[in-house]
Design a protein around this ligand. Structure first.
Ligand SMILES: CSC[C@H](O)[C@@H](O)C(=O)COP(=O)(O)O
Length: 339
């Protein structure tokens, strides 16, 4: 059963699928305070850029309900939520969108936050269809062998997914031969979450270690690389889970297309290039341990960036629900003329 909504509003609290527990256990956590939301974002109970946008917006709704008549306190709480994960721009966007309704009262803030959730699935279905069309154009109309990294599926959004949403769309068209899912160290979102989703979707897949991605591409086992993004700069450079850049280098060397699939809310035109994207650095123990078991001498110094930046020049395209970055420029799809 693929989840209905990864993040939702449940009367007086946020209901969030606990992504730390999957695939062993499917459980939903209730987050009733801003402190709980901050903790859940920090420990990746809720993760994935669009899902973070939804959680950020609902976090403001919780703060507005808790502190009616104290807008300064609500703003401070909203800032605390947005600061937890600096790279995924959707988090701040969701927070700011809900906060913009603060003058209209707590129920207006909640309504705006719920609108963020309500728009998510339609947006993701649209960008997935556009990305699937482009992949078909780039690779030919045949079942494709796709490589993906981290998790950009329904779990990373409110519903449906982005990069993995495009895979889902292609699978629905009968155009997926196999997905190679990279495990995605250190927190294994690929192994735990993407594989879980692919199994639920009934899509053929194999799991590989991250280091196998480049040689799989070089050996001709991959027709295209498809990933999501946490922030796309104005020049098309894309920040995504650490390890994405290595796949891009391999893809370019082998002439394999690579497409980044993300909503407009992940594109940050205020950030000129990838060099301007703040990269979140996470706790050293994520690298020194696997599922709580030490794999390195205690106290080992660690470099643990959560994301890397793939220059636009290495990408075939960035696809959103209404625009495409390709060959150095954005083109925006115009709405079909009304008859
Ligand atoms: C669609 S969410 C963004 C990405 O595509 C996803 O791969 C990713 O990097 C998420 O990172 P996470 O640290 O798990 O929140």
């Amino acid at each position: 059963m693929l989840v209905a909504r990864t993040v939702d509003w449940d009367g007086d609290a946020i209901a969030a699928i606990d992504q730390r527990a999957l695939p062993a256990e499917y459980r939903v956590r209730r987050l009733a305070t801003v402190d709980a939301v901050v903790a859940a974002i920090g420990d990746l109970t809720v993760r994935g850029a669009p899902a973070l946008g939804a959680a950020g917006a609902l976090g403001v709704a919780l703060a507005a309900r808790r502190h009616p008549g104290d807008p300064d306190r609500v703003r401070a709480e909203a800032e605390r939520v947005a600061a937890v994960r600096p790279t995924a721009v959707n988090l701040r966007r969701g927070m700011e969108r809900a906060l913009a309704r603060l003058d209209d009262g707590a129920e207006a803030v909640l309504a705006e936050a719920c609108a963020v959730l309500d728009e998510d699935e339609a947006t993701n279905r649209r960008l997935s269809a556009r990305a699937a069309d482009l992949l078909t154009e780039l690779c030919g109309d045949r079942p494709l062998r796709l490589l993906t990294h981290c998790n950009s599926g329904a779990l990373a959004t409110v519903a449906w997914g982005t990069g993995l949403g495009a895979v889902r769309e292609l699978a629905g068209r009968g155009r997926v031969a196999e997905v190679l899912a990279c495990e995605t160290r250190p927190l294994l979102q690929g192994a735990r979450l993407t594989v879980w989703e692919l199994r639920e979707m009934g899509v053929a897949h194999r799991l590989c270690v991250d280091a196998a991605g480049a040689s799989a591409i070089a050996r001709g086992l991959v027709d295209a690389v498809v990933v999501g993004a946490d922030r796309v700069a104005a020049n098309g450079d894309a920040a995504n889970k650490i390890g994405t850049y290595a796949h891009a280098c391999a893809a370019v060397r082998s002439g394999v297309p690579m497409v980044v699939v993300a909503p407009e809310s992940t594109v940050d035109h205020a950030t000129p290039t990838g060099a301007d994207i703040a990269i979140e650095e996470r706790d050293a123990d994520e690298v020194r341990t696997v599922a709580g078991t030490p794999i390195a001498p205690s106290g080992t110094a660690v470099y643990n960036p959560a994301f890397d930046v793939t220059p636009a020049a290495l990408l075939s395209a960035v696809v959103t629900e209404r625009s495409t970055f390709r060959d150095g420029a954005w083109t925006v799809e115009t709405a079909p003329a009304l008859r």
